[in-house]
Ligand binder design. Structure first.
Ligand SMILES: Cc1cc2nc3c(=O)[nH]c(=O)nc-3n(C[C@H](O)[C@H](O)[C@H](O)COP(=O)(O)OP(=O)(O)OC[C@H]3O[C@@H](n4cnc5c(N)ncnc54)[C@H](O)[C@@H]3O)c2cc1C
Length: 136
């Protein structure tokens, strides 16, 4: 009801980015441009930072940028896709479609202890990034 009367209603779509390849020639994508996760799965900042770190590290480690781009995607893509896949289970929590779902979601948010389950943890910790510190 209030939505119908609002004069500042904001409406947008929730999308993910799935690119068949993250690089072409001398250009490589990182972060949301390569693999936006959407807030239905969360983790967008995390996977963006991990990808940027690995991309920079592989470029520092290799003389050939195409080899670096290939290594960057090989190391990171599985981790990214596992986190993107969390969106398929999170939708009704973020955007409940019935009053019952809305009430259950609000109750869960009030009870912080109920939000500390293991769902998603394997995806969140699914990649041990290489250590590039020796590259200076
Ligand atoms: C509503 C919402 C809630 C979110 N909540 C969370 C959350 O709770 N946790 C989480 O981890 N992630 C969250 N995210 C996702 C997170 O914000 C993104 O995954 C993350 O910011 C991606 O970083 P990025 O550097 O790839 O892109 P961005 O942060 O979008 O940075 C891209 C930058 O490029 C600039 N730019 C664009 N075009 C040009 C151009 N032509 N020339 C120069 N500059 C340009 C833009 O202005 C921007 O500053 C959320 C996203 C949204 C939309």
């Amino acid at each position: 009801m209030r939505m119908r009367e609002a004069d500042d209603l904001f409406f947008d779509v929730v999308s993910q980015i799935h690119m068949p390849a993250w690089s072409s020639g001398r250009v490589a994508l990182a972060g949301d441009a390569a693999h936006a996760t959407s807030f239905l799965s969360g983790q967008g900042s995390r996977v963006s930072l991990v990808g940027a770190y690995v991309l920079a590290g592989e470029l520092a480690a290799r003389a050939d940028h195409t080899e670096a781009f290939t290594a960057y995607e090989r190391i990171t893509r599985g981790f990214v896709e596992t986190n993107q896949a969390l969106a398929t289970t999170g939708g009704t929590f973020v955007t409940p479609t019935t009053q019952e779902m809305l009430d259950a979601r609000n109750a869960a948010l009030r009870d912080a202890a109920s939000l500390t389950g293991d769902e998603g943890r394997a995806a969140h910790t699914g990649l041990v990034v290489p250590d590039y510190r020796h590259l200076g």
